[in-house]
Design a protein around this ligand. Structure first.
Ligand SMILES: Cc1cc2nc3c(=O)[nH]c(=O)nc-3n(C[C@H](O)[C@H](O)[C@H](O)COP(=O)(O)OP(=O)(O)OC[C@H]3O[C@@H](n4cnc5c(N)ncnc54)[C@H](O)[C@@H]3O)c2cc1C
Ligand SMILES: NC(=O)c1ccc[n+]([C@@H]2O[C@H](COP(=O)([O-])OP(=O)(O)OC[C@H]3O[C@@H](n4cnc5c(N)ncnc54)[C@H](OP(=O)(O)O)[C@@H]3O)[C@@H](O)[C@H]2O)c1
Length: 541
């Protein structure tokens, strides 16, 4: 294809869209600026190169005091004040090192700064807050001339120089950028009747994809939106299902390609443009992160359209302002060594009410109700950065995994069983009620009977009057835990990042202090040392 390089001049608003010339020109300009966030268009290519200098050039000491997933964004940014841009970018991220962006927080910010990664909107746990901050950080340095772009039919793409700087295509099935198809085999409910939870064991066949994995890895899955929600959105637009957008029926685009979850700033911006007066002011306020009615956090795309129900954006413009539908990551709960060509997940269905409407977690309910046996799904294996069994199969392991956090530990145990690893294995599992929420109870009991699972410690939070969590059980058996640590055990924690992971770490510090005869500071340093040595690993989300 002959490519002509010239300054930004693409048309995103089709000539037949119902706008006059001035409106079309404004919208084209608006999208050109805004699409820097959409994950498909490039950031400015040469802006601020000096500020974006890499580690070697900017004399940063590498410390990251903001690297705490429980710290609010404002506090993290404060700690990063005066640091080079790449460091402030890291502080803007959610600090979970969860891998959903395809990196850990440090590497994502470095990749952005080195212009190897061009998408600012990949930090899922950081959500709109992180995306806004990253955009703002870029705007600080975006004083240079408009970038050269390659004119092609459709969306603008990278100029050759930038394309060369971008990361080469990832190996098939090993990155969110290059998924392969896997076949869904079956689902089985792990909770018994009467549970407040709905958690599924899911099986996939990897045979055709040729993919494999090691325990500790995660599985990335591209879900589809609920068609009921899609149809409600189409009704609010007053459009037909069959309206063509980007060469596909609108209904397919809304189901497969775009996020209908938090309403993006760009949607409010678009709504503000096609209305007037107080309504426009309200939409503008929402677009800039204000919360005029105190409901901003609850506005998914449908709720935003309902809030501005008199305003009907054109489907083409509407689809352009939505974020791409992102893949979700899940800890793999099977061992490829034990069951080659197969992969399992353990997924909790996310469902909750906002006002009178039931909201559905996109991927988890896709697994629970929308995917059928034999369906092919786009997937990839996300290699764990630092979460996996010790190299020496004789090393003891302590695994702490309440709720779905147990997923990778089922995999660890099945792997150690398959490889006849001699190391001892201790699992702490907890959930709401023993009668209904003991996931894989039969399997764990039989692994215990066969000697693979040396110890199984359980904590039921809602069986008694008082909450009782895995860390309470750990404290009860602190002396033995300390003995395992003294024997060189590796400790693993998986599950909720916001509260559980911190609480478990605190419990371990207390155990080290009490049973290892250390002061609190020494115990904190001891646990820090375990982390540095790769003996304390977390997979939290
Ligand atoms: C490395 C990694 C491993 C993971 N492993 C697992 C696993 O093994 N099993 C598992 O189940 N999950 C796991 N997750 C989480 C998983 O990726 C998804 O985030 C989860 O399934 C929800 O996705 P969803 O698409 O269903 O929900 P989404 O559509 O993404 O909705 C979730 C969002 O809904 C909102 N929300 C949820 N509940 C409420 C509520 N009560 N009130 C208001 N808002 C609410 C929150 O904003 C939340 O972020 C893992 C995540 C990571 C990063
Ligand atoms: N961000 C959050 O605040 C939060 C909290 C929980 C779950 N989640 C998310 O919800 C999804 C599904 O969760 P799940 O099915 O894995 O189970 P879960 O809801 O995390 O619950 C598993 C068990 O952990 C207990 N628990 C709650 N707080 C704890 C703490 N501070 N320390 C130790 N244990 C604690 C729960 O008890 P009780 O429920 O009885 O208190 C329950 O017994 C996950 O994506 C998870 O990240 C998020």
């Amino acid at each position: 294809m002959n490519q002509i390089i010239k300054p930004l001049s693409f048309e995103l608003i089709p000539s037949n869209a119902p706008f006059n010339d001035a409106q079309r020109s404004w919208l084209n300009g608006f999208f050109a600026g805004f699409l820097q966030l959409d994950g498909t268009t490039p950031l400015p290519l040469d802006a601020g190169a000096a500020v974006l200098e890499g580690a070697a050039g900017d004399r940063d000491d590498g410390a990251a005091p903001w690297h705490d997933q429980t710290m609010p964004l404002a506090d993290r940014m404060k700690l990063a004040e005066g640091r080079p841009l790449r460091r402030r970018m890291m502080a803007a991220m959610a600090q979970q090192d969860c891998g959903q962006c395809g990196y850990n927080c440090h590497d994502y910010s470095e990749a952005l700064a080195d212009k190897k990664e061009l998408r600012l909107n990949l930090c899922s746990p950081g959500g709109k807050e992180t995306a806004r901050m990253l955009k703002q950080l870029y705007e600080d340095i975006d004083k240079a001339a408009p970038p050269a772009r390659v004119e092609t039919v459709g969306s603008p793409t990278l100029a050759p120089a930038a394309a060369a700087a971008a990361t080469p295509p990832a190996e098939a099935g090993r990155s969110r950028d290059n998924p392969v198809m896997a076949t869904f085999v079956s689902r089985r409910l792990l909770n018994k009747n009467g549970s407040e939870k709905e958690t599924w064991h899911l099986d996939f066949d990897l045979a055709e994809s040729g993919l494999d994995y090691v325990v500790g890895d995660s599985f990335g899955v591209f879900p589809k939106n609920d068609i009921g929600l899609v149809d409600q959105v189409i009704a609010m637009l007053g459009a037909s299902h069959m309206t063509e957008v980007k060469g596909k029926p609108l209904r397919d685009v809304l189901r497969d390609d775009v996020s209908l979850s938090p309403a993006p700033d760009a949607l409010f911006e678009l709504l503000s443009f096609i209305t007037g007066g107080a309504v426009r002011e309200k939409a503008r306020a929402l677009a800039s992160g204000d919360d005029p009615d105190g409901d901003a956090a609850n506005l998914d795309v449908l709720a935003a359209l309902q809030k501005f129900s008199g305003v009907r954006p054109h489907p083409e413009a509407f689809v352009e302002v939505l974020e791409p539908l992102q893949p979700r990551l899940y800890s793999i709960s099977s061992s490829h060594t034990a069951t080659p060509g197969r992969l399992s997940l353990t997924v909790d269905s996310v469902r909750y009410m906002i006002g009178k409407r039931k909201r559905l977690g996109v991927a988890s309910t896709f697994f629970a109700e929308r995917i059928a046996t034999g369906d092919a799904v786009p997937v990839y294996v996300q290699r764990a950065h630092a979460f996996g069994l010790p190299k020496d199969p004789a090393t003891p392991v302590i695994m702490v995994g309440p709720g779905t956090g147990v997923a990778p530990f089922r995999a660890f145990l099945l792997d150690r069983q398959a490889t006849k690893a001699p190391g001892r294995n201790w699992l702490f599992f907890g959930h709401q009620r023993s009668a209904t929420d003991f996931f894989y109870g039969d399997e764990f009991n039989s692994l215990k009977a066969s000697g693979v699972l040396t110890r199984l410690s359980l904590a039921w939070s809602r069986d008694g009057k008082e909450k009782f969590y895995v860390q309470d059980r750990m404290r009860e058996v602190g002396r033995e835990l300390w003995t395992w640590l003294a024997d060189g055990a590796h400790v693993y924690v998986c599950g909720d990042a916001k509260r559980m992971a911190k609480d478990v770490e605190r419990a371990l510090v207390d155990i080290v202090a009490q049973h290892g005869a250390r002061s609190t500071d020494e115990a904190i340093a001891f646990v820090g040392g375990l982390k540095k040595a790769g003996r304390y690993q977390q997979d939290v989300y």
